[in-house]
Design a protein around this ligand. Structure first.
Ligand SMILES: O=C(O)CCC(=O)C(=O)O
Ligand SMILES: [Fe+2]
Length: 276
């Protein structure tokens, strides 16, 4: 049984959802799954189309597969390339999904519904350029995403986050994603019973993947992470800055495709920013 609290809602998500984002922020819950955010057959048909025509969208390589187009994490000083790719991606992504199923507008409508009275925006760069609203992540068979918290990456002192953290506070980051294609086995989001603060506190403020492993190994009984089942077309939002998580190895011959990004908050907590 999972010791993480993930709430689930069925479409059209009207009941008790008004300030889910606030509940996540106050750490009353760990995550939320919106079942049937998009019809599974639509999400999957878009994945099939992209897999059959991989070059219709600009992409970059990453250790476990490929990314359409590029996330801010790891961009370093190449922000010009990031913003250029972000622009191209937005247009390509609008072509991939029919207007009726435009992922970004679906997402924005949902976020408006669950963010209390906050505004919902894609952040804009120093010259007014938009950050990428989302990206598509391709994990190839045999690939996996190693344990991490987004807090490992989202540091104002890193060159790629310097500007963003003038707009957004540094303490809270959520992740969101919708699976478009899933493998025969594996490729699951796993949440550990370990928070960033705890691992940080117990390792002299030097949180890293290396001392995460040491820390987990020292806890004899609680090492098995909680598997979260997110189906094709469902959307999950979870407290990825705080909770150590990973994606288990993709087994079989089919890749895993997800579309998603991150959420953070303006310093005055009046605006929800989503981007990737
Ligand atoms: O499942 C994905 O595509 C990304 C998983 C992850 O690490 C995240 O959403 O923060
Ligand atoms: Fe993550």
């Amino acid at each position: 049984m999972s010791s993480r609290q993930i709430l689930e809602f069925d479409f059209p998500y009207y009941k008790n959802t008004k300030d889910l984002i606030g509940r996540l922020r106050r750490q009353e819950i760990d995550g939320v799954i919106f079942r049937g955010f998009m019809p599974a057959e639509i999400a999957f048909s878009r994945a099939r189309y992209l897999l059959a025509n991989p070059d219709i969208m600009r992409n970059s390589y990453c250790p476990y597969g490929r990314m359409y187009a590029r996330t801010l994490v790891g961009v370093g000083h190449q922000l010009d390339r990031y913003f250029d790719d972000a622009q191209v991606f937005k247009e390509e992504c609008e072509r991939l999904f029919d207007p009726e199923y435009n992922f970004q507008s679906h997402l924005e409508n949902l976020l408006l519904k669950i963010s209390g009275d906050r505004q919902v925006k894609v952040p804009q760069g120093p010259l007014g350029q938009f950050y990428s609203p989302v990206t598509i992540r391709y994990v190839q068979p045999g690939g996996a995403i190693a344990p991490h918290c987004e807090s490992l990456y989202f540091e104002a002192k890193k060159p790629e986050f310097k500007h963003l953290h003038q707009l957004a506070e540094e303490t809270t980051q959520f992740s969101f994603f919708m699976p478009m294609a899933l493998p025969e086995a594996g490729g699951n989001l796993m949440l550990y019973d370990l928070d960033w603060e705890e691992s940080n506190h117990n390792s002299n403020g030097q949180s890293s993947q290396a001392n995460f492993r040491t820390f987990l190994a020292s806890r004899e009984l609680q090492t098995a992470p909680n598997q979260v089942n997110v189906a094709i077309g469902d959307l999950i939002i979870f407290d990825a800055g705080r909770i150590w998580h990973c994606v288990s190895e993709v087994r079989g011959t089919n890749p895993r495709l997800t579309i998603g990004g991150f959420i953070c908050f303006s310093q005055d907590d009046r605006t929800v920013y989503y981007f990737s």
